[in-house]
Ligand binder design. Sequence first.
Ligand SMILES: [Zn+2]
Ligand SMILES: [Zn+2]
Length: 345
Amino acid sequence: MLAAKMYGKNDIRLEEAPRPVPGEGELLVRVKAAAICGTDVRMLLNGASGISDQSPRILGHEFSGVIEETGAGVRNYRPGQRVAVAPNMGCGVCEQCVSGNGHLCKSYKALGINLDGAFAEYVAIPQEAVRGGNVCVLEDHVSFQEGAVNEPLSCVCNGFERSDIRPGESVLVIGAGPIGIMHAMMAKMAGASLVMISDLSKERLAMCRQADDSFCTVADSVQEAVEEMTKGHGADVCITACPSPQAQETALEAAALGGRVIFFGGIPADRQNVTLNTNLIHYKELLVSGTTRASLSQYRKTLHYITTGVLDVKRLITRTISLQEIEKGFQYAACGAGLKNVICM
Ligand SMILES: [Zn+2]
Ligand SMILES: [Zn+2]
């Protein structure tokens, strides 16, 4: 099969690889759509632990496809089924796993992160993922591309649930990339009366208004703009959807009294000690939290949102490319050109 293997920093090679043979309890999925994520871009730009010349890895953790083959003992799935697969796997027995938070398990593994993923014609789904319910059958009207994009949507849902947005509230999302727009869409779904999105890039803000013209976009002086739009109240909920320390500062400043702040985007390791005015948390009685990845139940929940039409993620897919064009896809994603870049096969 054709596979895009990462061998190290800025070293991705398209090559022929043996097609995986599904062992007992495993599935072989023929990949139909795999989206490129900021995490993939960071892994390729910075290198990733465990990936080297000696041990290359196939990235790709946002994907869907068709079951090609089932291993011995697989009862709940059959060849030909269209599926989207949640990439995260926990050990299954620790406290986090039994609480449904396998994505927080200390021995967490994920397809396309520390196991071979979907930037290839086929991907093997391990037994624990098959038995754990990671493989979700797509209804006929849900496209493979939508199935692939469900993964980042599920991560957004994790932050969204933590933010507890209630009808009539005002929400500020900092960062107008695909993740920021997903946050804005979910805020609107929850009944937010005012959804503001800020970004330094005017092009991104334009794409954001294209996605939904009810979103209020803010290019600069975020705190002042929020003050004005909320008549001095501040944003009930602030969500950072970019890897920027400045965004975290702005979120605390723009939050209303008693507001909730979600640090959704992580900060690069070399800048992670951020100086924040913690008196803003104290005097404004803010609740500050963060989220990472998504639980399996959130993955299923957002797939339901897509399936029922509650959320339309199609508008976030701005470019489809072939596997052969993967390097171009990474370049588009790295410079923030368009929203979601999806490899289609
Ligand atoms: Zn991702
Ligand atoms: Zn565990």
